[in-house]
Design a protein. Structure first.
Length: 294
């Protein structure tokens, strides 16, 4: 996985450059491997883009969970739980808790002998709201609290984000989404907020049986820049997705493929996604489950 590879290449620089430790772990889109982070609603519920957590009219609740299953050589752990509630006035309120950690970082002193492990993890709690402001335009806001741990250093910070999704456009049912992520006004240089963006359109088919294609971007201030095309194919209950992404960071670049399947069954969506390993590491798998209550 790219951030594990980059951590091995420039760990000392990363630890010294982050106002709150472990910011780099949140460059990986937990809960959004199957779809671009700017569009992610299953099961992110607005974790990455607060506007993407908007529930459709008639839906009252949505609950979701996501978990990463790395291979033994990665030591990466990620967990996400989320919930969204649509009020009668049309506003959707959402919340999520996400935790990322990297294990197997060995502590050494004056010689290569291991004397323990180095703690490196990040906890992110978000709460937000979204609603349609005009037809086909959804706007969302989110407040976030983040705690980061790197060895014996523990710090936290509060951030606020704004996002929008323009959807169901008359040309090819196109969509456009843009959002900030972990924005702390006045602290952009230190805390490295991200800009998430994505655009896609229907290439063929109709609702429920369609092929869509688009392009996504995830750029962190003074950090990793991720870009690439993606596509999805939905045939009634089954949906297949794939993306080819190139990430650059600290003068290094990696390319990899994300792919996966999602099963839409009544009010449940079950997803299994895979990211190819980078720099000789094994692949990473993500399992997601969400349910909608009307």
């Amino acid at each position: 996985m790219f951030f594990r590879a980059f951590s091995a290449l420039c760990l000392a620089q990363t630890l010294s450059a982050q106002a709150v430790p472990a910011r780099d772990l949140l460059q990986f889109p937990l809960g959004a491997v199957l779809e671009p982070a700017a569009f992610a609603a299953e099961p992110g519920a607005g974790l990455w883009n607060p506007a993407a957590g908007m529930l459709a009219p008639g839906d009252r609740w949505r609950f979701g969970v996501a978990a990463l299953t790395p291979t033994a050589d990665q030591g990466v752990d990620g967990r996400l739980i989320s919930a969204a509630w649509r009020r009668r006035n049309g506003v959707t309120v959402n919340g999520s808790i996400a935790r990322f950690a990297i294990g197997n970082i060995i502590r050494t002193e004056s010689d290569p002998t291991a004397v323990g492990d180095v703690t490196y993890n990040s906890l992110l709690i978000s709460i937000g709201a979204s609603r349609d402001v005009i037809p086909n335009v959804t706007v969302g806001v989110s407040a976030r609290w983040r705690e980061g741990r790197a060895d014996r250093e523990v710090r936290d910070a509060v951030a606020a984000d704004l996002g929008f999704v323009i959807h169901d456009l008359p040309w090819r049912n196109a969509r456009v989404a843009v959002s900030s992520f972990l924005w702390r006004p006045g602290r952009e240089i230190d805390d490295r907020p991200a800009v998430l963006a994505a655009v896609d359109a229907r290439v063929a088919g109709t609702v429920g049986r369609e092929f869509r294609a688009g392009y996504s971007h995830n750029g962190v201030t003074r950090g990793a820049q991720e870009d690439g095309p993606f596509a999805s194919l939905r045939l009634d209950l089954l949906e297949a997705r794939a993306a080819f992404l190139r990430t650059t960071s600290a003068g290094h670049a990696v390319s990899r493929i994300r792919s996966g399947l999602a099963l839409h069954f009544t009010r449940y969506v079950v997803g299994l996604a895979r990211e190819e390993g980078a720099s000789g590491l094994g692949p990473l798998y993500q399992f997601t489950l969400s349910t909608t209550i009307r």
